[in-house]
Design a protein around this ligand. Structure first.
Ligand code: GDP
Ligand code: MG
Length: 177
């Protein structure tokens, strides 16, 4: 384990947002425990998981918050966003609607969070390429216009999940240092 149970130099809170069923909880369990659960239940109760990584010789504890099935519009409370330094805004590349809702998630996020917040737009479920409903170009263009980082992931086969978190955490680190 990073830091060997020793000192933690930083704790970064990162929140997961996006429509229900886009794969937020699976992305988190892939990153925090390297697990994917085939029959995952909707998340119950606000919770977070942690994983400590090393960035430029410093121990950074990522505290990743997952929504409690409160993904309805404006149902996520301000406590959820409070103190967040990063956000991963997730949509499902096979569900056009989940991408169409990204703009309002972003608006809600910006209404609550810090100005320096690092936001990573994440198109999940790339393993379902044959069911793709959102092109990479559309998402890239949106991300560029809004000043977001962007990656496509698969929590199922683990593609880019590590990169999405590490890019977000490294960017937060760079802003602070
Ligand atoms: P959440 O509501 O955003 O937390 O979504 P979940 O993590 O609960 O996932 C919703 C559903 O999508 C579950 O049936 C997951 O097994 C499935 N799922 C999540 N990530 C992926 C992925 O990368 N690929 C595929 N094929 N299914 C996924
Ligand atoms: Mg969930």
């Amino acid at each position: 384990m990073a830091g060997g149970g020793g000192k933690i130099d930083y704790i970064f809170k990162v929140v997961l947002i996006g429509d229900s069923a886009v794969g937020k909880s699976q992305i988190l369990s892939r990153f925090a425990r390297n697990e994917f659960t085939i029959d995952s239940k909707a998340t119950i109760g606000v919770e977070f998981q942690t994983r400590t990584v090393v960035i430029q010789h410093k121990s950074v504890k990522a505290q990743i918050w997952d929504t409690a099935g409160q993904e309805r519009y404006r149902a996520v409370t301000s406590a959820y966003y409070r103190g967040a330094l990063g956000a991963m805004l997730v949509y499902d590349i096979t569900k056009r609607q989940s991408f169409d809702h990204v703009a309002r998630w972003l608006e809600e996020l910006r209404g609550h969070a810090d100005k320096n917040l690092v936001v990573m737009l994440v198109g999940n479920k790339t393993d379902l390429e044959d069911q793709r409903a959102v092109s990479m170009e559309d998402a890239k263009e949106f991300a560029q216009n809004e000043g977001l980082f962007f990656l496509e992931t698969s929590a199922l086969d683990a593609t880019n999940v590590e990169s999405a978190f590490l890019t977000t955490l490294t960017e937060i680190f760079n802003i602070m240092n």
